[in-house]
Design a protein around this ligand. Sequence first.
Ligand code: HXC
Ligand code: NAP
Length: 264
Amino acid sequence: MGVFREDALQGKVAFVTGGGSGICRGIAEAFMRHGADTAIVGRKMERLEQTARELSEATGRRCLPVSADVREPEAVEAALDTTLAELGGIDVVVNGAAGNFLSPAAALSYKGFRTVLEIDTLGTYNVSKAAFAKVLGRKGGAIINISATLHYTGMALQVHAGSAKAANDAMTRHLAVEWGAANIRVNAIAPGPIGDTEGMRRLAPGGFAEKLAKSVPLRRLGTIQDIADAAVFLASDAASFVTGAILVVDGGSWLTAGGLSPMG
Ligand code: HXC
Ligand code: NAP
């Protein structure tokens, strides 16, 4: 049983990049449980189709699987067109697609650094810009960027992801200012360490997750539901005067994580 009214997002349509798996799958499901039809976007169509079937069965709402690489503006535009044609509009955009791995800065190839910036930062810009041109600029709506907290403390082995998310935080504020007059709210969620996700499997090998969990002021890892609830709030009318905000949902983790490193 959720804590929000079941019709909190009734009649809305959401476009969720990264919605085929992990945190953004959880966000898509939560949106659907609160009344929104939802497109989920990623590169792997087979996984998207399976996720869409499962979420539709679980919620009774429409879930549209759409394949696109967020690094390719034409593919992004086509995905938005398909969603507009199939679901009849777009009110909420979630930029969750991201790529990450642990690497020492000195060992990272030039292309490795660039790839993460291209997925996380250019991808977020591509989707936001195209969604503005195609629908949000005329009708208003909400954009939610999925950020992180690792750039607050400069976590080791994460210069690529931290640089990308820092740029996304700046983009969140710039677009909130520029697009406020079009009635578009632009916010971000900064998750802390979230259990049972690809992100944690990649970034917290060898007992680092347990070490992190002990250091979190609320003494646990986050759940996908924790992030999904924050996304429902930011997408809903309860947040109608909230824009340019970066909502940290981390149990207080970043306040105490400064000295911790996956390097051991
Ligand atoms: C060092 C690596 C690497 C690794 C890839 N590269 N993996 N370098 N260590 N483990 C380098 C490659 O060597 C290559 O450079 C360049 O990155 C591009 O690699 P490709 O495999 O060609 O890229 P691509 O197929 O586009 O895949 C992108 C990807 C991949 C990011 C590398 O892992 C991916 O698709 N990830 C999506 C899922 C994901 O990462 N989920 C976790 C999100 S969690 P060279 O020069 O060798 O050709 C997250 C958490 C944030 O973001 C904060 C948590 C606290
Ligand atoms: P995940 O399951 O791997 O989610 C990433 C998603 O992005 C995948 O569904 C992937 O689908 C999609 N994607 C990757 N590259 C893409 C591309 N070029 N074009 C389109 N889609 C692409 O990881 P997660 O751990 O749930 O992370 C989700 C979000 O939360 C990310 O933004 C991440 O940075 C953020 N975050 C996570 C944590 C954590 O603890 N897990 C903490 C802080 C922030 P395809 O492979 O099908 O393309």
